[in-house]
Design a protein around this ligand. Structure first.
Ligand SMILES: [Zn+2]
Length: 307
């Protein structure tokens, strides 16, 4: 039997892709926390939903991975949303992650792209170097927690590390990477995050900084078959540490008819009334999973009577 070379190559690529998951470890003295994640499948899936260009896929994939790492610092039932609003052609990057490993995301202009430079995708080129990063945490309290910092690089990992260090006052190092390869699109995506808590041991921190500096890029490591386990081992050796948690990561949208109904309500009485003058139903699209929700005239009239 002959296999079409394209199919064969695609099969080969997908066979190599490991299940997305995140590992969280802590040094035995409790002063350093380390998280590493592989997100290849979910970045592929979300890129396919939004038909993102190679560079937009890398930007969105880095943001999704960063959000997954940061959400793993929350408590059960909590979630966070990150908006990266730079002055580059991709527009805004919106990502959400739940503490249980569910992530979703989108960009304003998925087709935005730039030619690679020295074989590297120009992520900061399409994100922009001027703008703001907003992190909103739903901690299950009455009011959400919001933190805002300026974009520093537009490469995303440095920007999120800057947010954690500056806004949350926890010295943090983050690395994020997405490797996009034709014809199978993303063949490696992942990242790591290291946080230091007071009182910090300067010698240990210096060793870890040296380890991180001497490491290959995260996508090279993943493509060589390294795992979150072996990446964290490279970062922390010889400091003793233990595993706190291993958690699967996945794409999952949190949209529902009830949630989209609130979007209709937010349009306001006048807008809905004006709409009903010419249309018999309203279609609302979830901007994360692109699922369509149809609201009939009857439902819209019910909403009007409620407002
Ligand atoms: Zn959705």
């Amino acid at each position: 039997m002959e296999i079409n070379p394209l199919v064969q190559s695609t099969l080969f690529c997908y066979q190599k892709i490991m299940q997305d998951y995140l590992l969280r470890v802590m040094t035995d003295d409790g002063r350093l926390l380390g998280l590493a994640a592989v997100t290849t499948q979910l970045v592929n899936q979300i890129g396919n939903i939004h038909h993102t260009s190679p560079t937009a896929t890398a930007a969105l994939g880095r943001a999704l991975t960063g959000a997954a790492l940061m959400a793993a610092l929350l408590k059960r039932g909590q979630s966070l949303a990150i908006t990266i609003a730079g002055d580059g052609p991709v527009g805004k990057i919106l990502v959400e992650a739940d503490r249980d490993g569910a992530v979703r995301g989108m960009v304003t202009h998925p087709a935005a792209d730039l030619p690679p430079q020295d074989g590297k995708l120009q992520v900061s080129g399409i994100v922009g170097k001027n703008g703001i990063v907003t992190v909103i945490k739903d901690l299950g309290r009455k009011e959400n927690y919001t933190g805002v910092v300026s974009l520093v690089k537009g490469e995303i990992a440095e920007d999120l590390a800057y947010y954690l260090t500056k806004s949350e006052q926890i010295p943090s190092a983050m690395s994020l990477g997405v490797y996009v390869e034709p014809p199978c699109h993303v063949t490696a995506a992942g990242g790591f995050l290291v946080q230091s808590f007071p009182p910090s041991d300067d010698k240990v921190v210096a060793t870890i900084e040296e380890n991180i500096k001497s490491m290959e890029p995260i996508t090279t490591l993943l493509r060589q078959g390294e795992t979150p386990e072996s990446i964290l081992r490279q970062i922390f050796t010889p400091t003793p540490y233990h595993v706190l948690e291993k958690m699967n990561l996945r794409f999952a949208c949190s949209c529902s008819r009830a949630r989209l109904r609130r979007v209709v309500i937010s349009l306001g009485r006048e807008e809905i009334r004006r709409y009903l003058e010419t249309e018999d139903s309203m279609e609302i699209l979830c901007h994360y999973c692109l699922k369509k929700y149809l609201f009939s005239r009857r439902e819209l009239e019910d909403i009007l009577s409620e407002i």
